[in-house]
Design a protein around this ligand. Sequence first.
Ligand code: PLP
Length: 395
Amino acid sequence: MSANSSLFGTYNRIPLRFERGEGVWLVAEDGQRYLDFAAGIAVNSLGHSHPHLVEALKGQADKLWHLSNLYEMPGQERLGERLTAATFADRAFFTNSGAEALECAIKTARRYHYVNGRPERFSIITMEGAFHGRTLATIAAGGQEKYLEGFGPKAPGFDQVPFDDMDAIKAAVNDETAAILVEPLQGEGGIRELSLQLLRDLRALCDEHGLLLLLDEVQCGVGRTGKLFAHEWAGITPDIMAVAKGIGGGFPFGVCLATDEAASGMTASTHGTTYGGNPLAMAVGNAVLDIVLEDGFLEHVRDVALVFKQGLAAIADKYPDVIEEIRGSGLMLGVKCKGPNMELLVAMRDQNLLGVPAGDNVVRLLPPLTTTAEEARDGLSRLEAAAASVSVKAA
Ligand SMILES: *Cc1c(COP(=O)(O)O)cnc(C)c1O
């Protein structure tokens, strides 16, 4: 009987058991060390066991673990102030996860139109290939059949359009449209980047029709692309944004950020959460920001990203039978495979290098933002060895 027999069968787990993590390394029970370019799917933004995060969590654990949102929360106030100072936003709502940050974003957008006398505006335009989470509303927003099948009627209020197609978006706007929701850089969908022009056009379209622009930066935010948030590359700002994964550095939490105006409907008792913004999460979130907002940190991400981009291009040139294309931005990179992506992932694992599969036959590389140039080169040579072994098999 499988060791996992007492668990739901929802995961196809890889037979590896890790005992601890040190920076970009994961150490298995048998002592083998793996270079972790999966980073918990962009969650371990500062690698494993970062001393500053460990200290923040331990320090808070000695004082106070949980407090209901019935009381004032200094940690939330501090992190909220820092996040709003660093972004377009005026307001923050803390959640436990990315999907809950999206749920809050969706509710905030609908409620905005409701309090502004347009309750018929409840529908949200989303993009093909999107991933917004696994709750009933967010699987409807993502629109992927594989996640919707068998879970009853799809939640109403989501209209999906083809990827990166401005004409389709314009055609989809109607009297019920409340907002447009996109990931500036799709993760799960296969590291597919929206053009910066499309993001600018979306901003203009929303302004023209009184719609809200919602961004899902759960995966691409918090320094991942070399800016604090990916939309900054387009020089636009959203009205509402969902953030999670990297902001917690491994402690589970998310946040919905919004302008004062967009959040105007979210008044007392309209929304809430038991654990969201809990003192442990806020201690870690503030510690993550200490590092990410440090002078030179994002520059480091961009420098290491360049090492990856050049190295990956060289490997793709050398093994065109294995790699079709390199995609992505910053340290959110995709290797589009010729053969099955799982084949390359298994070959990488044989080289003690971890990546993540994504849609469109892509292998995602999401190294910790703290990865050094030397660690990047180590990973690239392991990837090259993996590509070589797949190439030999293909020949
Ligand atoms: C992971 C992810 C989510 C969902 O986050 P959870 O914490 O798993 O609920 C939503 N959107 C994007 C873009 C993600 O990558």
